[in-house]
Structures are given as structure tokens and as C-alpha cells.
Design a protein around this ligand. Sequence first.
Ligand SMILES: NC(=O)C1=CN([C@@H]2O[C@H](COP(=O)(O)OP(=O)(O)OC[C@H]3O[C@@H](n4cnc5c(N)ncnc54)[C@H](O)[C@@H]3O)[C@@H](O)[C@H]2O)C=CC1
Ligand SMILES: O=C(O)CCC(=O)C(=O)O
Length: 639
Amino acid sequence: MLTKTSNVGTTEQTYYIIDFDSTFTKVEALDVLGEISLIGRPDRNDALDQIKAITDRGMSGEISFTESLELRLNLLKAHRDQLPALIETLMGKISDSFQRNRQFLTENADHIFVVSNGFKEFITPIVTSLGVLPENVFANTFVFDETGNITGFDNANPLSANGGKSQVIRDLKLDGEVYVIGDGYTDYEIRASGLANRFYAFTENVIRPRVVEKADFIAPSLDEFLYHNHLSRSQSYPKSRIKVLLLENVHPVAVKLFEQEGFNVEIRKGALDEEELIEAIRDVSILGIRSKTMVTQRVLENANKLMTIGAFCIGTNQIDLAACTERGIAVFNAPYSNTRSVVELAIGEIIMLIRNIVPKSNLMHKGEWDKSATNSFEVRGKKLGLVGYGNIGTQLSVVAEALGMEVYFYDVVDKLALGNARKCKTLDELLAIADIVSLHTDGRKENKNLISYREFGLMKNGVIFLNLSRGHIVDIPALVDAIERGKIGGAGIDVFPYEPKTNNEEFVNALRNQPNVILTPHIGGSTEEAQANIGNFVPSKLLEYINNGSTYGSVNFPELQLPLLKGSHRLLHIHANVPGILAKMNTIFAKYHINIHGQYLKTNEQIGYVITDVAKEYADEVVEELKQIDQTIKFRLLY
Ligand SMILES: NC(=O)C1=CN([C@@H]2O[C@H](COP(=O)(O)OP(=O)(O)OC[C@H]3O[C@@H](n4cnc5c(N)ncnc54)[C@H](O)[C@@H]3O)[C@@H](O)[C@H]2O)C=CC1
Ligand SMILES: O=C(O)CCC(=O)C(=O)O
């Protein structure tokens, strides 16, 4: 993020001086050359470490540049024949924000200079591939011996010595504003010698504190630099300004995906309570949570920048969905990624409980050997009663049948029975018939205490009871009573009306120390596989929404799967679902003679979502007038 503000704006006479290593490319080219030239050498790793250390010392100004160059070339022992491989590698290492903004580089080629202490032999092919003019590349050149070994550098070139970059800029006699973009101390030196008006510390690839503290501005990407200077760019809004807050230990793959996208990502291990979340969410655009963080109306009132929420789980009952919709915040979840994990845990628990393994194992730990078949049963032929026949219920149905169980289910919605499963007309009918009752309903409020004293009363004596869905669905005192009366032969409980916020909080519950009860800390969906699946799936949905406007799979927004944005500007308008909004929008488009490439509209009970792709040239007033339409909730522009 740019840290200081100023009167921005550029003139025709603005010149851009760009560094190469770790700025134009993600890497230091001589480090990469070392990886190539030292292949097969026994001391390769040591030499590479030394080269990297010397590079850093030179870049942060600890040792003179000439010294760092000499030391590195000595260690490299490179050859001319290795340069094509180096160039090929560097082509794949061009910084993402430079790749994205090649249009800026070509359109401003006359005013762009790449000034580097690296070497022309590899810099020129890389930067000219993105439109920089070869005559605007200023860098060192290698000296080779007669067999092609790199033995040194041209000492007459000012860039081989300290202060060389300033010397080059001085000689260029640039008449106008000069802005330097780079990651190293030598880039700052241009500004220090009074030859540049601004120095932007470029931190997309590497952050050097000693350089950053000297900078006029910090540019986490080229987009940020272009945005700051109102220059043409590939992103309507720099991604580094978009803050992502990820709570509850979401999988690292998700963190990586958001970071790769260039977002500013903050992670916290546990859940936050309402007050903590209100504090943390103020400047957050994307929030990622799991099942424990309650996103309430009060939280949302303090989340003015929030665009979207990702529930890294199935359940979304922890989020006030209606309030999100009212505020134009799109919510996504992962409806399938952890279903198998829950099914496998349920099957495992059913077998352990029906065999009475838990008390036997506890006795063994106390040294007691109780070999007997009493109260140990097989699952084959038993009646499994599923309450809720959705994604998990149906999958459990199929796996249970494969184990020889008879499956019965009850769902409030008329569902197709899979395999030989039998539908029950009422919950009561199911409870009366099942040897094992397993809950798989969603967490809607009306399901609170769905299973209480009356329902336990309807169950068979010795029934096995499982809840791996949501804690509030079962009345815990009623469950404890049923266990103590011997009504329940065994129970597996994974979810609780109140669950500790973090692993450091004690689990307090009347179910503790009950016999033949398996208690698990809400881990039905916590397998490595499921978490990695969710970690990939949810960010993909959030990114489609942020980058393209697509809402396919959203749990609260009208679903629109949009074509990729190409050659147009995309105007996204979210409004209260009242008649006439589309007509008002189109009146504005007509008034300004806007060429519409495509238009998409979808509504739900609360909101309407209109996407209009338009030709790139239009008056600024269009955007302002669209935002002013009555009942507008949110407006976004993408390109
Ligand atoms: N323990 C854990 O770690 C995990 C728990 N879950 C929870 O498992 C539950 C089931 O998940 P999915 O199968 O993916 O949900 P789903 O939405 O696909 O299925 C839920 C089904 O329950 C039905 N239903 C709702 N209320 C009902 C009622 N009172 N009586 C009968 N049927 C009712 C719905 O019509 C729907 O068919 C959810 O509560 C989810 O949050 C999901 C994943 C992991
Ligand atoms: O793993 C989690 O945090 C929650 C799993 C869960 O309950 C869900 O996916 O609905």
C-alpha cells in the first residue's frame, strides 16, 4: 500500500526509471545464473548461499556494488553458453504486475528506461519482450575469454561502479519529472542525488527495510504505482489494496491463493468474538471464516468495505445472510468438499459404538481385560435412520448400504431415495424404526432442539445416536437424561450448542464422562483432504466474484455465471429488488451513447444484480449517475 499521499498526476514529460533484478523480474538474475553454472559442482549449495548473501549485502548498501559484482562473478564461473538457459528461466520469472501491465510499458516506451547494475546480455531480451526499447536499456556488459568463460565486466561502464545509476540518469539529461521504481539501495541513490522527484520502493518480490524506510512511496506492485499516478493499467483497483482476513486456521493453500493474487492477507488462528471482529473487520474486503465466527448484523454494520464472505465449510448458519444480502455482500461456502470426511467419521463411530468399544478401551487403559461378546453387535442388517437427506445424508446412505445396513431417511423436502433406502413420512416414524439415528440436517434456526425429551422417548431402547451436524439441533439435557436412563446405548457427538473459540479454551459440557459416548471437537470435516479441498474451492469462488463478478454458487446472491471480461469495462450494480432499476440504468446508458457489449440481470427476493459490459470509452459521469440511482446498494467497476 502506498504510505504517503501527495498531489499525484503526471505530465507528458514524466520519465520512469525501472530497476531489473527483483523488480522487473521476481529474482536476482545472477543467483539464477549461479544455479545453472554451478550444476554438478560439489560446493554448489555453499557457493549459491554465498552469492545470495553477497547480492543482499550489495542491494542493502552494506558493501560497495563493484565489490559485490566482483565477488559474485568469481563464484559463478559462468560461460556464454549458459546465457540462453538463463534468459529462458528469466522469461518465466517476470514479475506478475509487469506481465499484467505490458500496455503501460509499450504505450510509454519513449519515457521508460531500465537502468540496472545487471547485464545487458540477459536484461535486453527480457525487457524488450514487454515493449521496452533496446536503446533505453542501461546495464553492464560481460567480458568473456576466448573460450567463452565470463571473466569479468566492462570497467568503463559507470554501472559497474558505485553511484553508477545516478551517473547514467545525469547523462540522460531528462527534462521533466523523474520517478524511480526499484527494490534496492542503488535505486534510492538516484533520488538521494537529486536526480529524481520520487522513489517508489517496489516490494512485490522482496522487501528491504533499509530501502523501504528511504522511499517516498511503497509500491507493492506496478499496479499500485500506476493507480497512484492515474496511469493506464490492467487492474481497475490495485489488488494490494484489497485486504483479506482469514480466521479459524483455514488451510494454507487458501492463504497462498490470495497472496498470489496480490491481496493483502491477514490470518488469525482462532475465531473472533463480536467485539474483536468489529475491530478487525473495518478495512477488510474479503472475510474467510469457518463454523465458529458469528457474522452478526452489528459486525456487518462496521464492515463498510466488505464485499464478500467465504465460509470455509458447509454450514452458513453462523452468518446473518439476510443482513449480508441487504448490504450487497456475497456469501460463498464449500458445499461438497468435506462431506466424505463426515461420512467416514459417522461410519467409524457407528461401528465403534455398536461394538461397545469405548468402555472396553477405557477399561484396558486401566489394566482390565474384559473379553466378552455381550452388548457387541455388527452393523450388518441394522436399521440406520438418517434425519436430513442432503449431501451428507445421501452419501452416508450409499456407504452404509455397502456395509449391509438397511437405510431409512426423513427429510423436510421430498428427496429421491438412493439405492434401497426407504423414505419415512415423518420424523416420528423414522425415530421409532431405527437402531441407529444419525442427524444430518442443516443448521437453520427452526431446527433448534429438533431432538429433545419427546423425540428420545420415541427411539428404541439401546439406540445408537449420532450428531455430526449442528450443536443446537439436540437438546443436551435431554440427551444426557436419555443416556443416564439407558435409552441410548451409545452416542457420537461432534457438535455442541457452545463450542470453545480456540484450542486453549476448556470444553465444558454435561456430556463429559458419560459412558459409551464418543466426543469429538467438531472435526467431522477436519481431514487433511477436506481442508485442502475447501482451501482451493472457496478462494476460487471468491476470486471469480472479485475479478469477474460471477456469483455462481453463492448462498445469498442471485446466481450469475458471467463470461470472462475481455475488451470491455464491466459495471456491476447491486440494488434493492424494486421495479424500474434496469430501466433507469439503461436511460443513463442511452443518454451518454454507451455502446453495450452485454447485459445480465438476475434478482432474488431481496436484491437485483445487473452486470453491464460496455465499450472502454465513456464519460466519468456515467459511473457517478449509476451510483446515484435510488435503492443502489453497491456499485463496482471492473476491467
Ligand atoms: N461436523 C462437521 O464438521 C460438519 C458438519 N456439517 C453439517 O452437516 C449438516 C448436513 O450437511 P449437508 O448434508 O451438506 O447439508 P445439506 O443442506 O445438503 O442437507 C441438509 C438436509 O437437511 C434437510 N433438513 C433440514 N431441516 C430438516 C428437518 N428439520 N428435518 C429433516 N430434514 C431437514 C434439508 O432439507 C436438506 O436436505 C449441516 O448442518 C452441516 O453444517 C457439514 C460438514 C462438516
Ligand atoms: O470444519 C469446520 O470448521 C466446520 C465444518 C462444518 O461444520 C461445516 O462444514 O459445516
